[in-house]
Design a protein around this ligand. Structure first.
Ligand SMILES: Nc1ncnc2c1ncn2[C@@H]1O[C@H](COP(=O)(O)OP(=O)(O)O)[C@@H](O)[C@H]1O
Ligand SMILES: [Mg+2]
Length: 255
């Protein structure tokens, strides 16, 4: 079976919203320990794909396997317990709680088999906040955070669940170039030294190209390309999806 060496297997996954095929028969595999970039123009279906994998949305069609286990019909809380964590493009903090309490919630509701006391959860939360550079903001209420800090909080909370597989939805949006470099080295560190398999959606092309081992490209719900950063950067279908047909035609007519 092909599933056997894979961390994640997605088979002909589809989500239709009425007539709109937000995700259209998408299939791919991610190996254990891989760092995979997921790109595509706005509205390509990237966030919907993460929502399908994590059980936040019901599937129109298709199957999902995680570590050989069929998780097609699973729920978000179950997904977290088996070791898949995610961040949200539109951040979803627990309002009225502090930064630390938000991350503790991740530590308490994460991967099964690791029951934690409140004090253990606090310790884990602080480790994760340290990792993301948010420890000095642990006592702030989440309402006081800037958008980049909100993204760091999301990442801290995801890490506190001890994931095997981490799904990141535009965690670098709104960051300054130096902050992007920090985020990139953090993602690499999570992948390389903590052995976490990562799929990350990102618009900052420099970021995707620099750290992805492999890139998957969606456009209008379909997977249009998959390959190394070098292959993706020169793939005509990808260039066309980003820059539009007009650009390609102009390039051709200019020789
Ligand atoms: N809950 C929903 N109901 C209806 N349409 C949706 C819903 N969520 C997403 N869409 C549509 O599905 C398409 C893909 O959206 P999305 O997955 O958010 O794209 P991306 O993350 O690649 O920008 C878009 O056309 C979007 O408007
Ligand atoms: Mg999105």
């Amino acid at each position: 079976m092909k599933e056997n060496n894979a961390e994640l297997v997605v088979k002909t996954l589809s989500k239709h919203f009425g007539a709109l095929r937000a995700v259209d028969e998408v299939s791919f595999e991610v190996k254990r320990g891989e760092l995979v970039g997921l790109i595509g123009p706005n509205g390509a279906g990237k966030t919907t794909l993460l929502n399908l994998i994590t059980g936040f949305l019901s599937k129109t069609k298709g199957e999902v396997f995680f570590q050989e286990r069929d998780i097609t019909s699973t729920t978000p809380d179950r997904v977290a317990k088996i070791g898949i964590a995610r961040t949200f493009q539109i951040t979803k903090p627990l309002v009225g709680m502090t930064v630390e309490e938000n991350v503790m919630a991740g530590a308490l509701f994460g991967r099964a088999g690791r029951p934690r006391s409140i004090e253990e959860a606090r310790k884990k939360a602080r480790e994760c906040l340290e990792l993301t550079g948010m420890l000095d903001k642990k006592d702030l209420s989440v309402g006081q955070l800037t958008i980049p800090d909100m993204k760091r909080l999301e990442l801290s909370r995801a890490m506190a669940t001890d994931p095997h597989l981490l799904l990141l939805d535009e965690v670098m949006a709104g960051l300054r170039p130096t902050e992007i470099d920090e985020a990139l080295s953090l993602i690499k560190k999570l992948n390389e030294t903590m052995n976490i398999t990562i799929i990350f959606i990102e618009h900052v092309m420099r970021a995707v190209m620099s750290i992805s081992q492999r890139i998957i490209v969606l456009d209008h719900g379909k997977k249009i390309a998959e390959g190394s950063p070098e292959d993706i950067a020169r793939n005509p279908l990808v260039i066309e999806a980003y820059l539009g047909k007009k650009y390609m035609e102009r390039r051709k007519s200019n020789g």
